[in-house]
Ligand binder design. Structure first.
Ligand SMILES: NC(=O)c1ccc[n+]([C@@H]2O[C@H](COP(=O)([O-])OP(=O)(O)OC[C@H]3O[C@@H](n4cnc5c(N)ncnc54)[C@H](O)[C@@H]3O)[C@@H](O)[C@H]2O)c1
Length: 488
């Protein structure tokens, strides 16, 4: 048997779960055993179990990819390490909240649907990335032309999409007279619960109007705001963690010390006491979510595109350049903060300073390329509403225009040295066609602005906006990203 964290002693500096793991039962089915969930919800749940000794175990499922990770997790008795890396100290914690795991490749769709339909399952949670919701990014409604949606509507008992699985499992629960589960999205999607609700209800109604109505009346979709920077694990991360814990752990993940979780308290079938370990249950998540999406994620996207183009591999590298640092702070305070409507007493400047400190943490190797992924799905929520706010108010939004121009230059798929950029985005073919027709010239700006799924129907005809973005793009293509950021 290979040595792993389940069968070998780890170093004494590691915090181990001391609760009775055999008492756990699967009460949460989680879709998306990716980097983020490992360092966030699964860890919160493990720490909650440590405090309460309750039985809220998780069944982990990856619907797309991640086969090796699930295999490895099983070999490790579903235990793995989270390394919380501060600028000076690293805290090592072993997560014990996972009871079991499934993967459609090994176990088939039916086993997953049956698991979700088990009576004691109370929550189906998700970190499936923006595209997992099969939503039209501009409207938030179901994208009926999505290939997964079409396939699942034609063959609902063998689904592929998260929506297909959830609806099929809810159908079984209704038919069997079992209380439904709560559907809890933990993705960085604005009003994630509302998007999940909209796409799931539309999908279910297309399949069976009565089922759609039953879900609408019986299931809740709380919104959540999640925050913690969790870079994808690299071989270096795993080597480093092996050295720290004294044994190999293929599922280990590193993250920053900061974490935040704000959850709308709207569960139909019970919930864990995550508030005992720092999560906040609130009546309305939206203001917190907007604060985070615009100030953190908006400036993250800005730094990802302009940082990558400027030759910076990681967010912390961009922070060594004073003009990027200042531009990120101004983006937060001048472009994004004025658009927010926060509860009284919220200290937005304190929050911006905290974010700049988090971005600067050199122990975190958060790649600009990783954050740059799926820009077509991210730009509308991270910058769209703020842009429209400033266009209405006639106020300055040059940081947003530069961020969008940076994204446009990035999706040309060639960097400033002429090297290829591996652009990952559901709309990549559209970008390719545009750049084939226009090359890296300002005429590409108008063509990209015509993509309604990203820019709606209003922005391409807004003279001020078109001029500002074109000006920023021109600066980037003539002087390079670093010089363009310095002009801000
Ligand atoms: N990593 C972070 O710092 C961070 C921070 C806050 C929020 N998030 C959010 O968490 C989510 C996951 O990010 P991650 O860093 O874990 O990424 P990841 O690439 O490590 O994991 C992605 C997960 O999504 C699943 N997935 C991908 N496409 C899917 C689809 N079409 N349908 C169903 N499942 C699909 C994969 O199976 C995988 O489990 C994202 O929405 C991200 O915005 C990440």
């Amino acid at each position: 048997m290979t040595k792993n964290i389940a069968n070998t002693e780890v170093n004494t500096n590691v915090i181990l779960p001391s609760f009775d793991r055999t008492a756990l039962t699967t009460r949460i089915v989680h879709l998306g055993f990716g980097a983020f969930h490992r360092a966030h919800q699964a860890l919160y749940t493990s720490e909650m179990l440590e405090k309460t000794g309750s039985d809220w175990g998780i069944c982990e499922i990856n619907l797309f990819g991640g086969e090796e990770l699930i295999t490895q997790l099983r070999e490790q008795d579903h235990l793995y390490t989270v390394a919380e890396k501060g600028a000076i100290e690293t805290t090592l914690k072993i997560v014990g909240s996972i009871k079991e795991s499934l993967h459609p490749t090994f176990d088939g769709a039916e086993a997953i649907i049956e698991k979700m339909a088990e009576p004691q399952v109370a929550i189906v949670s998700m970190t499936i990335t923006e595209k997992g919701y099969c939503a039209d990014p501009a409207t938030g409604m179901l994208d009926k032309s999505n290939a997964l949606v079409i396939a699942d509507l034609n063959n609902p008992t063998q689904p592929k999409s998260a929506l297909g699985y959830i609806v099929q499992a809810l159908k079984l629960r209704r038919d069997r007279g079992i209380t439904p589960f709560t559907v809890m999205s933990c993705d960085n999607v604005q009003e994630n619960g509302h998007v999940a609700k909209a796409t799931i209800l539309e999908f279910a109604t297309l399949l069976d109007a009565e089922l759609g109505a039953w879900i609408k009346d019986n299931v809740t979709f709380p919104c959540t705001m999640v925050d913690r920077i969790v870079p994808a694990a690299t071989p270096e991360t795993l080597d480093e963690i092996t050295k720290l814990i004294g044994v190999e752990d293929a599922c280990a993940i590193a993250c920053e010390p900061f974490r935040q979780w704000v959850i709308e308290d709207n569960f139909v079938n019970g919930r864990p006491d995550w508030d005992l370990i720092g999560a906040e249950f609130v009546a309305d998540v939206v203001p917190f979510e907007e604060m985070k999406l615009r100030m953190l994620n908006g400036s993250h996207s800005f730094l990802a595109y302009l940082g990558y183009l400027g030759g910076y591999a990681h967010i912390s590298d961009t922070m060594t350049n004073e003009s990027y640092r200042k531009a990120a702070f101004d983006m937060m305070m001048k472009a994004q903060a004025p658009t927010l409507n926060m509860p009284e007493g919220t200290d937005l400047e304190g929050y911006a300073n905290l974010l700049i400190n988090r971005f600067t943490n050199p122990s975190l190797k958060h790649q600009t390329w990783q954050i740059a992924m799926d820009g077509s799905q991210k730009i509308p929520q991270r910058m769209g509403a703020s842009l429209r706010f400033h266009l209405d108010a006639g106020s300055d939004y040059k940081w947003l225009a530069m961020g969008i121009a940076g994204w446009m230059r990035y999706v040309s798929a060639t960097d400033e040295k002429g090297n290829e950029i591996d652009v990952r985005d559901p709309m990549v073919e559209q970008f390719k066609a545009i750049y084939q027709a226009h090359g890296v010239t300002v005429s590409a700006v108008k063509a990209l602005l015509n993509i309604e799924a990203i820019f709606g129907t209003d922005l391409k005809d807004n003279e001020s906006f078109v001029t500002e973005v074109t000006k920023a793009y021109q600066l980037i293509i003539t002087q390079g990203a670093r010089a363009a950021v310095a002009t801000l």
